[in-house]
Write a protein that binds this ligand. Structure first.
Ligand SMILES: C[S@@+](CC[C@H](N)C(=O)[O-])C[C@H]1O[C@@H](n2cnc3c(N)ncnc32)[C@H](O)[C@@H]1O
Length: 371
């Protein structure tokens, strides 16, 4: 038996509720955490503190919903081994690029070389698709396709793929205030709510390619100075059936929320440009599925199956730490189905002052173990 709700609910955990002043955006998005936008991630400082509380030093941690790789990146910084699983191929590419042990000299030489060739007009424009024609101005299409044609020549091609995706995201025909899920291309000048003036849709991508290549180089080098030599493994798989090897000291994760975000769709441009495998039908809780009774039941079953699989590779004293905003109170059932018991529950106050999705809310951290 786990503890009762009252015993568990120790109130707000102030140590996990940072204000914007304590923890400004540049700290939350330090080094590789800002290599590419990703909607729905948690912050590295939270993960760091959860590791300190629940993972033995030099231990091994698993994140079955690894997303943009916050757990894995922090594991490297905290001196832990880690494995991350994600169903979305782009997320796995991003995680691999963030966590790889890049040789800084080769990286710098290659990134500067590709930029010089790109600036000199090298590269071919091939493979224009209907998606590209619809979502990018003609010059932006040319810039992106030309850069793409140069990537394969480099050892760090995956780093350049992430740069290409980031440049494509910025160069889409969207308004500045609708970068997350634009529905229709923005082809005419428009009144911009973000900048409070008339803005024009982007026409070129060349400047983004240059800016993001240099930014990526700086961020990877910065992370290279703080990452420890630990092992990292990224699995592109459905976490219900991922082939996990060995045992883990802890699971630290933030599962998708039901009906909130389509994790493939938010990076659609990357799938289109990079030809990545699309496994969206395996996404648990996808927004496209909505929040009907049936979709919610499928969500509960899906997350429970994942946690149950994690339980099978957890060391006997290991903990499963789940960061979730359980507005629908689904996690008591999910834990029961996973054959896990709740041991502790912290509530944290999230106060987001930047970005379009500003606002305050509460988030739970559930700490569970085997009965
Ligand atoms: C809330 S996000 C995790 C974000 C992560 N904590 C971070 O900081 O980047 C949930 C992730 O679960 C992934 N996901 C959804 N269904 C999955 C499945 N069946 N197997 C593995 N991953 C899945 C999504 O692709 C998404 O990246």
């Amino acid at each position: 038996m786990g503890a009762t709700q009252e015993e568990l609910y120790s109130g707000l955990d102030l140590d996990l509720s940072w204000s914007e002043r304590d923890l400004p955006e540049r700290e939350r998005t330090k080094h590789v955490h800002r290599l590419h936008p990703y909607l729905g991630k948690y912050i590295p400082q939270l993960v760091e503190e959860l590791f300190r509380r629940h993972v033995p030093s030099r231990g091994r941690v698993l994140d079955p919903f690894a997303g943009s790789g916050t757990t894995l990146v922090q594991a490297l910084e905290s001196g832990l081994d880690s494995t991350g699983v994600d169903i979305a191929a782009f997320n796995c590419l991003l995680m691999r690029v963030k966590t790889a042990d890049h040789n800084p000299f080769v990286l710098e030489r290659e990134l500067r070389d590709v930029l010089a060739r790109f600036a000199a007009g090298e590269g071919r424009v091939t493979g224009r698709t209907a998606y590209l024609r619809r979502w990018f101005a003609p010059q932006a299409q040319d810039d992106l396709l030309r850069f793409r044609s140069l990537l394969a020549d480099y050892e760090h091609a995956d780093v350049l793929r992430v740069v290409l995706a980031r440049a494509a995201r910025s160069a889409r025909l969207t308004s500045h205030f609708d970068l997350d899920f634009p529905r229709e291309p923005q082809t005419e000048p428009y009144w911009c709510h973000k900048h409070k003036r008339e803005c024009r849709p982007v026409e070129r991508a060349e400047h983004f390619v240059r800016r993001y290549t240099l930014d990526t180089l700086a961020r990877l080098k910065e992370f290279g100075r703080v990452r420890q030599k630990r092992t990292v493994s990224v699995l592109h798989a459905d976490a219900r059936e991922a082939a996990l090897d060995g045992e883990f000291d802890a699971v630290v994760t933030s599962p998708p929320y039901p009906g909130l975000i389509d994790y493939h769709e938010q990076h659609r441009y990357a799938y289109e440009l990079l030809g990545l495998e699309d496994l969206r039908s395996h996404e648990i809780g996808a927004a496209a599925g909505g929040t009907t009774k049936r979709a919610t039941a499928a969500y509960v079953e899906g997350v429970a199956d994942v946690l149950h699989a994690c339980r099978g590779v957890l060391r006997p004293r290991g903990r499963v730490v789940i960061v979730v905003n359980d507005r629908r109170d689904l996690y008591p059932e999910i834990l029961e189905r996973s054959e896990l018991v709740l041991e502790q529950r912290y509530q944290r106050h999230v106060n987001r002052r930047t970005g379009r999705r500003t606002g305050e809310y509460f988030e739970d951290v559930l700490v569970a173990r085997r009965p």
